[in-house]
Write a protein that binds this ligand. Structure first.
Ligand code: ZN
Length: 53
């Protein structure tokens, strides 16, 4: 699963159905980033089982 972060921001997303999922001007990492914040929406989608990876 890929992690994406919009350039200039510090929040990583990993759910493609997150309302803040970056589709342009982003950085992508193949595994959990060691630095930066994790998106709260992605976290709650993950917990609810509605995260599209
Ligand atoms: Zn997110």
């Amino acid at each position: 699963m890929a992690y994406r972060k919009r350039k200039g921001k510090d929040t990583w997303h990993w759910c493609r159905n997150c309302s803040n999922w970056p589709t342009s001007d982003y950085e992508e990492k193949p595994s959990k980033p060691a630095q930066g914040e994790l998106c709260n929406e992605c976290l709650s989608k993950d917990k609810a089982g509605t995260c599209t990876k």
